[in-house]
Design a protein around this ligand. Structure first.
Ligand code: BES
Ligand code: MN
Ligand code: ZN
Length: 504
C-alpha cells in the first residue's frame, strides 16, 4: 500500500472515497470538512442537526456524493472530544478508517491529516500516526489461506491531502517515519504469528538474514557447537530437548557518526520458537499460543531493520537466542544444575521457565561483548499478564534513568509500559542451596519480578532494563491499530528508545 502527500483540496480529489473528520459536539464543521460539506449542499451539517453524526470516536458515516464531488463517497470519521485528542487517537482513527474503507471495497482513498488542523498536533507526528495506524490497522496474516485477495480487495493507495504547501515537508517526513515503524511492526507480527513448524530457530535466523540483507546490517549466527565452546550451558540445556538445532543470532548496526569509544546498545530478545513447557509440560489449553514465544526476538529483529533505516548515531547490537522447548528423552529436567556463559550455575526448578535460561546466556554474552546498556524483551511470565492485564507491558531493571527512558519511549509509541519493583529484597528469592542462582522464585507470588531478579544476576552491573511483553504480545480483540493475533509490541518502543539514546 502506497501513502503519499498531495497539496490541494480534499474535495476535488478523484478517489473511491474522501475522508474528513469531526470532533464531538461541533455543529457546523470548518476546515476541510466544512469545504466538503459546502459542496455537498450542507449534508454534513444537516446530518449533525438530525443527530445522525455525533463526532464520537469510532463513529463512521458514509455519504454518497451523487456527482457533487469527483469522488463517489465521503466518509466522516468521528474524532471524539477535542480535549482528549492526541497522537494515539490519530493512530486509532486511521486504523479504524482504513478497515472501514477496506470493508466497503474502497481501494483508493484520500484523507486529511486528523489532528494537524484544529486538533493542534504537530503535523509531522500526526502524519506519522496516520501512516502507522493505517498500515498496522490493515495488517492480516493469511499466507496459509487459499482464498486470495481478489475476493477481498486490499486498499492500495492513500492520498494524504493538505491545503497548505508549507506543511508538505513535515507531513512527508512523518509518513516516511510512520511507514518504517509500521512495516517493522508488521514484520514482527508476521514472524510471531507464524506456526512453529514454519518458524524454527533456523527459520528465524534466515529471517534475520533477510533483514540484514535488505537493510545493510552485519549478521552472525552461532550454531550449537559454537555456543558450546562459549559455555552457553543455560541456552543449550533448553535446546537439548528438541531435534531443532538452536541458533544464537547477532545483528549489528554500525553508525557512521557514533562517538568513538561509546559502547554499543544491546537489544536482546527471547527467541523460543515453541514453548511446550518441556518436562514441566504446560496444559493443552492455548498451548498453541506458544508458537509466538519468540515475539521478543522478532521485535528485536524487526527493530534492527527499522534502526538501520533511521541511521541513528549509536552502534546497536541485536541479540536473539533461539531454541525450542520440548519434553523428550534428552530434555533438561527439574533439579538439573547447569552453568551459564558467565560461569554462574543455575538450579533448574521448572523447565517451563526456559526464557530466562536463554536470556541468561544472552546477557552474559552481551556483557563479554561490552554492550551497554542492555535491554531485553521477552514473553517471559504469565504472572506479568496476571498482574497487569492486557494493556500494559511490564518493565524492570537495575537502572532507573534507563527504565524512565523505556517508559517514555513506550508513551511516544502508544505501547504503554508499567514498572514493577525490583528492589534488593527480591534477591533472596532466587538464592539456591545447591547452585549460584535459583531459576525461579519459591512460588510465593511475584513471578514477573522473580524472573527479572534471576536475569539481574546475569546483567550484573551493566545498566539493564527488562521488558516483559507476555501481557501484550498477542490479543484476541481488534482494537485501533492492533488486530487479532500478535501485536508486534515493543518494536516501536525499541526504535524510539534507540533514537533517544543516540541523542545523548
Ligand atoms: N512463555 C511463557 C510465559 C507466557 C505465558 C507468555 C503466557 C505468554 C503467555 C514462559 O516461558 C513461562 O512458561 N513462564 C512460566 C514461568 C514459571 C514456570 C516460573 C509462567 O509464567 O508460568
Ligand atoms: Mn515457558
Ligand atoms: Zn516461554
Amino acid at each position: 500500500m502506497d501513502i503519499r502527500v498531495i497539496i490541494g483540496d480534499i474535495a476535488s480529489q478523484h478517489a473511491d472515497a474522501v475522508v474528513v473528520n469531526l470532533f464531538e459536539g461541533v455543529s457546523s464543521p470548518g476546515g476541510a470538512t466544512g469545504a466538503v460539506d459546502g459542496m455537498l449542499g450542507g449534508a454534513i451539517t444537516q446530518l449533525i442537526a438530525d443527530g445522525d453524526i455525533k463526532g464520537k470516536l469510532g463513529e463512521f458515516t458514509m455519504i454518497h456524493s451523487f456527482g457533487k464531488l469527483p469522488s463517489k463517497r465521503v466518509v466522516v470519521a468521528g474524532l471524539g472530544k477535542a480535549t482528549e485528542f492526541n497522537q494515539d487517537k490519530v493512530r486509532r482513527v486511521a486504523a479504524e478508517t482504513a478497515r472501514y474503507l477496506r470493508s466497503h471495497g474502497c481501494q483508493r482513498a484520500a484523507t486529511i491529516v486528523h489532528g494537524a488542523g484544529i486538533g493542534g498536533l504537530d503535523p509531522s507526528l500526526a502524519a506519522q500516526a496516520l501512516a502507522e495506524g493505517t498500515l498496522m490497522g490493515l495488517y492480516t496474516f493469511r499466507r496459509h489461506k487459499a482464498k486470495k485477495k481478489e475476493d477481498d480487495p486490499e486498499m492500495h493507495e492513500l492520498l494524504v491531502v493538505e491545503l497548505e504547501a508549507r506543511k508538505a515537508k513535515a507531513l512527508d517526513l512523518g509518513i516516511r517515519r510512520g511507514t518504517i515503524l509500521a512495516e517493522a511492526t508488521n514484520l514482527c507480527r508476521d514472524l510471531a504469528n507464524e506456526s512453529s513448524n514454519n518458524m524454527t530457530p533456523t527459520d528465524l535466523a534466515a529471517q534475520a538474514q533477510g533483514v540484514a540483507d535488505r537493510h545493510g546490517l552485519d549478521i552472525q549466527v552461532l550454531d550449537r557447537a559454537e555456543m558450546k565452546s562459549l559455555g552457553m550451558g543455560a541456552l543449550l540445556a533448553v535446546a537439548q530437548g528438541s531435534a531443532e538445532p538452536p541458533k544464537f543470532i547477532v545483528l549489528r548496526y554500525r553508525a557512521a557518526g557514533a562517538p568513538e569509544g561509546k559502547a554499543a546498545l544491546g537489544l536482546l530478545g527471547k527467541g523460543v520458537t515453541f514453548d511446550s513447557g518441556g518436562i514441566s509440560i504446560k496444559s493443552a489449553t492455548n498451548m498453541d499460543h506458544m508458537k509466538g514465544d519468540m515475539a521478543g526476538g522478532a521485535a528485536v529483529i524487526a527493530a534492527m531493520g527499522a534502526i538501520a533505516q533511521f541511521r541513528p548515531a549509536i552502534n546497536v547490537v541485536g541479540v536473539v537466542p533461539a531454541a525450542e522447548n520440548l519434553p523428550s528423552a534428552t530434555a533438561y529436567k527439574p533439579g538439573d544444575i547447569v552453568r551459564a556463559m558467565n560461569g554462574k550455575t543455575i538450579e533448574v526448578l521448572n523447565t517451563d521457565a526456559e526464557g530466562r535460561m536463554l536470556l541468561a546466556d544472552a546477557l552474559s554474552w552481551g556483557r563479554k561483548e561490552g554492550l551497554s546498556p542492555m535491554v531485553d524483551v521477552a514473553t517471559l511470565t504469565g504472572a506479568c499478564a496476571v498482574a497487569l492485564g492486557p494493556f500494559h507491558s511490564g518493565v524492570m531493571g537495575n537502572n532507573q534513568p534507563l527504565i524512565d527512558k523505556v517508559l517514555q519511549a513506550g508513551k511516544s509509541s502508544g505501547e504503554p509500559f508499567w514498572q514493577l519493583p525490583l528492589t534488593e529484597e527480591y534477591k533472596e528469592l532466587v538464592r539456591s542451596d545447591v547452585a549460584d542462582v535459583r531459576q525461579t522464585g519459591t512460588g510465593n507470588g511475584g513471578g514477573a519480578i522473580t524472573a527479572a531478579q534471576m536475569l539481574a544476576e546475569f546483567a550484573e552491573d551493566t545498566p539493564w532494563a527488562h521488558l516483559d511483553i507476555a501481557p501484550t504480545a498477542r490479543t484476541d480483540r481488534e482494537r485501533g491499530a492492533t488486530v487479532k493475533g500478535h501485536t508486534g509490541v515493543a518494536v516501536r518502543t525499541l526504535v524510539h528508545l534507540t533514537l533517544a539514546l543516540a541523542e545523548e
